[in-house]
Design a protein around this ligand. Structure first.
Ligand code: HEC
Length: 140
């Protein structure tokens, strides 16, 4: 009886380890996949500190920036004011280590990158700008 119990514990530990390992690769893969795509498009390696700078920069023309809604501390949720600031909705943390839902789908993330670049910069961002930001989100 005692032996059987020990064996079960071993299996449980093994199963848990497998679960964490596959869980980790799945959540990190969307971001990695997207980074590889941008790298191919831009033809160069990225720079996370330039990404941070661009993410926090305000466009003087639209007077908007990414951190109007996202938190400057990318490990924390931001908030977006809606309906004349009467309400606010949570905006996801973009740090891959802090938010395991972030960049789960590379397709969706690529679309949001383009939508919000359009909103702040009135154009889609270049592969280099997006790659720099994504690297910053992945390393922090
Ligand atoms: C007006 C508010 C607002 C601004 C400004 C904004 N975002 Fe966002 N962003 C959001 C919201 C809300 C979501 C979540 C959308 C959803 O999940 O449907 C989001 C999601 C994203 C995502 C997807 C993350 C994922 O895990 O899929 C990326 C990437 C992103 N934003 C980047 C940016 C960048 C870069 C800028 C600046 C150029 C920016 N955002 C500016 C509100 C904003």
């Amino acid at each position: 009886m005692k032996n059987k119990l020990n064996l079960n514990r071993k299996y449980t530990k093994f199963a848990l380890a497998c679960f964490f390992i596959t869980g980790f690769t799945v959540y990190a893969s969307g971001a990695k996949e997207l980074l590889e795509k941008y790298e191919k498009d831009a033809g160069k390696k990225f720079n996370a500190s330039q990404g941070k700078e661009f993410f926090e920069k305000r466009n003087p023309e639209t007077e908007k920036s990414c951190i109007d809604c996202h938190n400057r501390d990318i490990k924390k949720e931001g908030e977006q004011k809606v309906l004349f600031s009467l309400f606010s909705i949570d905006v996801p943390a973009l740090s891959v280590s802090a938010n395991k839902e972030a960049f789960k789908s590379s397709k969706k993330a690529a679309k949001e990158f383009d939508n919000y670049c359009e909103e702040v910069w009135q154009r889609v961002c270049t592969a280099e700008e997006k790659g720099n930001m994504l690297l910053y989100f992945m390393e922090n």
